[in-house]
Design a protein around this ligand. Structure first.
Ligand code: FA5
Length: 335
């Protein structure tokens, strides 16, 4: 009988699959197995023999069960390792699903300029996109019969309102509401009824700036414009200042920068001129101050109207303005 137990133990140790192991268990330890058979006729044995048989059965059963369990957990470990191998996950692979969004490049640069001017003591003002003729033109010394109105082709709305053609009406609103001394900027969307090409959109962004105080000079204006461009481009930018006509400033200037797309050689963005018109500016016309209730004998100031969309094009070397409002995520994903 001991021989049988020894051979069963050997078969348990030699089993190479879980099925093989199970069939040994059924044969030896199962309900109809050899050990169960040995227990069946115990009642018929003499007490001494019965005790010996009982002891043998217990010892054999314990040895067989522990061998079986050891072997079984060995098979389970191997099976688990195989499963973990098959179901391995690379946790560094980016999760599928929605990609996080990002700010539009115009918003990014607008916020940078806002931070800069806030640090210089300027308020950031907002104004309506649907404007009155008074705020968009008249209060800026551009009366109805003035040829300067033709420079800004206008989308007219019912009731004499219009889509603002520039951010300058926010100057007027700022002067009316806050009065002097005044340091303000006003970023925003503007609209012009003009044909679209590589550098012109019908809907684009400007950023207006105004400072009203006592004894403001062209020197102050140039200082702020240089600070602005230095902060935006983080590199040497060639600028030129030439006379420019805007009825609301006197003297008025056009601040141009050397085209950063072509380096000045000429391209569609600079219309082959090598220069990009970016920043018209000047000293506020006394008539404009007076129209907003400010005494030009006591106060004066400067104003500028930055072409924000063009500035973004220069900073990122974007060769066509139409990309910026294309909504194309391949383009926007780069910023
Ligand atoms: C004005 O709009 C004046 N209000 C600016 C100003 C403010 C002058 C304060 C003096 C004092 P202008 O029409 O030149 O000026 O436009 C200003 C800037 O807007 C231009 O230099 C250019 O960079 C940008 N711009 C003009 N038209 C377009 C357009 N169609 N598409 C994209 N950018 C444009």
């Amino acid at each position: 009988m001991q021989d049988f137990v020894d051979s069963a133990l050997a078969r348990i140790h030699a089993a190479t699959t879980a099925d093989e192991l199970e069939s040994v268990r059924v044969e030896v330890l199962g309900r109809k197995g050899v050990i169960a058979d040995l227990s069946k006729d115990m009642g018929k044995l003499a007490p001494a023999e019965r005790a010996e048989r009982g002891k043998f059965i217990n010892t054999a059963k314990q040895a067989l069960e522990s061998a079986w369990e050891g072997r079984k957990s060995g098979f389970e470990r191997v099976a688990l390792a195989a499963r973990l191998d098959a179901e391995w996950l690379d946790l560094t692979v980016p999760a599928p699903g929605r990609k996080p969004g990002s700010l539009h490049p115009i918003t990014q640069i607008q916020w940078e300029i806002e931070d800069l001017f806030r640090s210089l003591g300027f308020a950031v003002l907002d104004g309506p996109e649907v404007e009155t003729e008074h705020h968009n033109f008249d209060a800026l010394n551009i009366p109805a019969d003035h040829p300067a109105r033709d420079m800004q082709d206008t989308f007219w709305l019912e009731g004499g309102h219009l889509l603002r053609t520039h951010t300058s009406p926010v100057q007027v609103r700022g002067m009316e509401k806050l009065g002097p001394p005044l340091r303000m900027i006003a970023p925003g969307r503007v609209f012009r009824n003009e044909s679209v090409d590589a550098s012109h959109e019908h809907t684009f962004y400007q950023l207006e700036g105004m400072m009203i105080d006592r004894n403001v000079s062209v020197g102050n204006l140039i200082y702020f414009m240089k600070t602005l461009l230095g902060a935006i481009f983080h590199r040497e930018v060639t600028v030129r200042l030439r006379p420019g006509f805007f009825p609301f400033v006197e003297p008025g200037f056009e601040l141009d920068i050397r085209c950063l797309i072509c380096g000045g050689d000429g391209c569609p963005v600079c219309k082959q001129s090598g220069w990009v018109e970016l920043l018209p500016c000047g000293l506020v016309n006394p008539k404009v101050l007076r129209a907003s209730g400010i005494d030009p004998a006591e106060w004066n100031g400067f104003a500028f109207g930055l072409g924000l969309t063009r500035l973004v094009m220069m900073r990122y070397a974007i060769g066509d303005i139409r990309w910026l409002q294309s909504g194309d995520l391949r383009f926007l994903g780069q910023f």
